[in-house]
Write a protein that binds this ligand. Structure first.
Ligand SMILES: *Cc1c(COP(=O)(O)O)cnc(C)c1O
Length: 466
């Protein structure tokens, strides 16, 4: 009775659809999807090696169901970020505060006053929902919001330096995360790049010599992800502001991260705030919403009212504007800044950044036994000191003392074992993202807020096949 099942012995699509699992597949995914998945599953059997017995309708339905479920799983998944980089661009940067989450859910579910005035029933302006707040928090005369900081710069350059020169130091021609390059944004905006100074030293006189009738604006860009050290000279914002004023052109300060509060208050290194930049004489300041600010992805243009208004009136603004969801999230996030005393407790980004090392170490100690038990045979587990990075171009050379769960594989050639282990952690129901360094695997616990989910998953790791 070893004769292989001839293909005609396979159940028909119709029979599979009428099986219990087949019916469940139809109820869950619809007739068309279920039918396609069943046909695909049957094709695999038909093309595969002969089997001692033909699959039952339920066998086929089970395989179809697995395919359907895999297809239905979201592509963008929640993960646990234990990379040690708090604002990880590839993992979506800032985690939003609960207040913002609630505001977004309401805005998703209902019509809103996005561009509608409840007072007179007439038209409103979408940025009005946050303009007052931004003025309050930064001291700016006015503000306009766009998709991200790259868009903010694009809009500023296209509005105020199109066909003219944008004077910038050679030490600040930044590239952020590969896809944002200042010279390229400038080219697309229609502004001409006028580089001055050298990589390590730029003086006020370099700017002075470059400024002339063709000058559109002077730009300062935060060297977000690097530091130039050694024999260096940077023209101070105050000097640039004075030069710009004399030349009658705007001075634009691209802050990158754009902190709204003095971070030294929370035990972090001091970063120039938006208020500082404006006070130093910047006519316009641009910055991101999802970096140190801890809100949704967006870009700010703040500063002198006439210059901001000109940006808001540029037709490009329409292409770069924010949707109601992000405006809702931003408003809720900004409101938290009115109470700096409770900010670190409510804003996840600041909560993570200001977590003290002993607190993180205590969490690591608490999890060490579960971690050890989750490791493959022969591996060693320990808690070790590490240094978290802020990420996304904020305080680039500053790190924060932290603690990590570390795993070391046995043997001499560890690379394969480590890569394999990292893959298994990424394969967990809520993928855990760590990092391989010095022949060991590291989970920096600074950003571990959902300890329960993490711990529950550790238990399933040991059993999983390598
Ligand atoms: C991050 C950054 C940008 C780009 O901001 P996005 O919000 O990612 O578009 C531009 N300039 C500086 C200085 C930055 O740090």
């Amino acid at each position: 009775m070893d004769t292989p099942a001839p293909s005609r012995a396979l159940p028909s699509v119709d029979r599979v659809l009428r099986s219990d699992l087949g019916r469940l597949a139809v109820a869950t995914f619809g007739r068309a999807e279920a039918g396609d998945a069943i046909r695909d599953a049957l094709a695999v059997w038909r093309a595969g090696p002969p089997t001692p017995r033909a699959p039952s309708p339920d066998d086929v339905a089970a395989r179809a169901m697995a395919r359907l479920e895999a297809r239905a799983a979201p592509s963008q998944r929640r993960v646990i970020n234990l990379t040690g980089t708090v604002l990880h661009t590839n993992l979506g940067r800032a985690q939003l505060p609960e207040e913002a989450v609630e505001a977004v859910v309401t805005a998703m579910r209902h019509p809103t006053t996005l561009e509608f005035s409840l007072e007179n029933g007439g038209r409103g302006e979408r940025d009005d929902h946050v303009r007052g707040l931004i003025r309050e928090l930064t001291g700016a005369e006015d503000a306009c919001l766009v998709n991200n900081n790259a868009a903010a710069l694009l809009l500023v350059l296209a509005t105020h330096a199109k066909g003219k020169e944008c004077v910038v130091s050679r030490g600040e021609l930044i590239e952020i995360g590969g896809s944002f390059r200042l010279p390229e944004i400038m080219a697309r905006s229609g502004a001409k790049l006028r580089e001055v100074g050298t990589t390590n030293r730029t003086h006020a006189r370099d700017f002075e010599e470059a400024i002339g009738p063709r000058t559109g604006l002077i730009l300062k860009a935060h060297t977000s992800n690097y530091a130039i050290q050694g024999f260096t000279a940077e023209t101070q914002p105050g000097e640039l502001a004075a030069l710009a004023r004399r030349a009658g052109v705007p001075f634009v300060d691209d802050l990158g991260s754009g902190s709204l509060v003095d971070l030294s208050r929370y035990g972090l290194a001091r970063e120039r705030t938006v208020r500082d930049a404006l006070a130093a004489g910047a006519d316009l300041v641009t910055f991101s919403g999802d970096k140190l600010l801890g809100g949704p992805q967006c870009g700010f243009v703040v500063g002198r009212a006439d210059l901001v208004r000109a940006c808001a009136r540029n037709p490009l603004k329409r292409a770069l504007r924010l949707d109601k969801l992000r405006l809702a999230a931003l408003e809720a996030t900004l409101k938290l800044y009115r109470d700096p005393d409770r900010l670190a407790g409510r804003l996840p980004t600041l909560r993570f950044l200001s977590r003290a090392e002993p607190d993180i170490r205590a969490q690591a100690d608490r999890l060490l036994e579960a971690w050890r038990a989750a490791l493959p045979e022969g591996w060693t587990a320990e808690v070790a000191a590490c240094a978290s990075q802020i990420g996304s171009g904020a305080l680039p050379v500053d790190t924060l003392p932290s603690a990590a769960l570390v795993a070391s594989p046995p043997g001499r050639r560890k690379g394969h074992a480590l890569a394999d282990f990292a893959t298994r952690l990424r394969g967990l129901p809520v993928p855990v993202i760590g990092r391989v360094k010095d022949d060991r695997f590291w989970l920096d616990l600074r950003c571990l807020d959902d300890e329960e989910t993490f711990a529950a998953q550790l238990a399933s790791l040991r059993g999983g096949a390598a």
